[in-house]
Design a protein around this ligand. Structure first.
Ligand SMILES: NC(=O)c1ccc[n+]([C@@H]2O[C@H](COP(=O)([O-])OP(=O)(O)OC[C@H]3O[C@@H](n4cnc5c(N)ncnc54)[C@H](O)[C@@H]3O)[C@@H](O)[C@H]2O)c1
Length: 343
């Protein structure tokens, strides 16, 4: 693995500087120790120029030029989902550590091809942006449940709601792009893989055009725990992420972080984040800092950074859910097993 000399700043190139990539560039240049954004690339040149000026970086001619640049030590990828696999391959070919946003690829076949093709040396270079693992709330949930303090977990309830779906969202991309966070974080919380998955469609929201929204997913874990996942991209009222783990003698839930409650005019009011950037700001910062530590030390991704193996596991469940959707619902076996990738 190529790495800067010990103690040297890691010089990062960011490919794709839309909503997520611009936020990563901002965090890397202002809140992450040991990192400096030196180059950005985006097919939207004006956008690239704007973000480059904000973070004091240059605009690379294209992603290949950025990845091949001698002054770029490591690459963060936050371009469109369908571009991830080829960009990751290019980073691996250049021997550069890469943090690729989820999903690693839009389908299981493409994910498996990528993971199989980059070999063990490539696997050591790639981290995947499943940042909920770094959220202090999820980390505390994991610690409490795994302590056994309230007995065994029995049921998990997950809710992921957003204000409005991105342009071009489909019923399938709702699973591969949004539910994928829950498909990764639930096995990570419990330390147990998902063995069966079922897709269910409630009444369709009139606010959602072109896709089934909301969707309800049922996940059966290898130890019998049952998990519900509601994914609702067009919930309108705010960005709202919930997770409750019901155990034998107690229940543990995420609390909404960094929010205040305002009391006025005989009413109590709490605001929601408009999107993921505020809700998960700490998680992104901690994830990027962990990635920079690994990249700077030439070490493979260390837990809780997600690996390509973790991304493949989530892709297997997403594929099972899309198969369930295609036949109108019902449980479908995933390819995960108890000896699978869950850490
Ligand atoms: N981890 C998370 O919580 C999280 C949250 C949001 C988005 N994401 C992921 O981040 C990625 C970007 O999402 P977004 O919401 O910022 O989308 P976006 O559309 O705002 O930004 C994507 C950017 O990539 C650029 N782009 C597209 N193809 C490119 C290419 N081949 N080369 C260079 N630039 C290219 C676009 O011009 C755009 O500026 C997606 O993969 C998405 O799944 C992750």
């Amino acid at each position: 693995m190529t790495a800067p000399a010990a103690g040297r700043t890691v010089r990062v190139g960011v490919v794709g500087v839309g909503v997520m990539g611009a936020d990563h560039a901002r965090q890397l240049s202002s809140t992450v120790p040991g990192a400096r954004v030196v180059a950005v690339a985006d097919v939207n040149g004006a956008r690239a120029q704007q973000v480059a000026e904000q973070v004091g970086a240059r605009v690379a001619d294209d992603p290949s030029a950025l990845i091949g640049s001698g002054d770029v030590d490591a690459v963060a990828i936050a371009s469109a989902d369908a571009t991830h696999a080829d960009l990751v391959r290019a980073c691996v070919a250049a021997g550069k550590p890469v943090l690729c946003e989820k999903p690693l690829a839009p389908s299981l076949t493409e994910t498996a091809d990528l993971v199989g093709g980059i070999g063990a040396d490539g696997v050591r270079l790639v981290s995947v942006g499943y940042m909920r693992r770094f959220d202090p709330g999820y980390a505390e949930l994991r610690e409490v449940v795994r302590s056994g303090r309230y007995g065994q977990p029995l049921v998990v309830h997950c809710v992921s709601r957003g204000v409005s779906a991105g342009i071009g969202a489909t019923s399938e991309s709702s699973i591969t792009g949004a539910s994928t966070h829950d498909l990764d974080v639930v096995p990570w919380l419990l330390g147990v893989p998902i063995v069966e998955a079922a897709w269910l469609a409630p009444r369709q929201s009139r606010e959602a055009a072109g896709l089934q929204d909301p969707q309800v997913l049922l996940l059966r874990m290898a130890d019998g725990v049952l998990c519900t996942v509601e994914t609702y991209l067009n919930a309108r009222y705010g960005y709202d992420i919930r997770c409750e783990i019901v155990c034998e003698t107690g229940t543990v839930s995420l609390a909404e972080p960094h929010r205040v409650v305002t009391g006025t005019e005989l009413a109590s009011r709490q605001s929601y984040w408009p999107d993921w950037r505020g809700r998960f700001a700490d998680a992104y910062r901690l994830e990027l800092a962990a990635w920079i530590r690994c990249a700077g030390g030439a070490s493979p991704p260390t837990a809780p950074l997600a690996t390509v193996t973790d991304a493949l596991a989530a892709a297997e469940v997403a594929e099972a859910l899309i198969r369930s959707m295609a036949r109108g619902g019902g449980f479908v076996s995933t390819q995960q097993s108890e000896s699978g990738p869950v850490r």
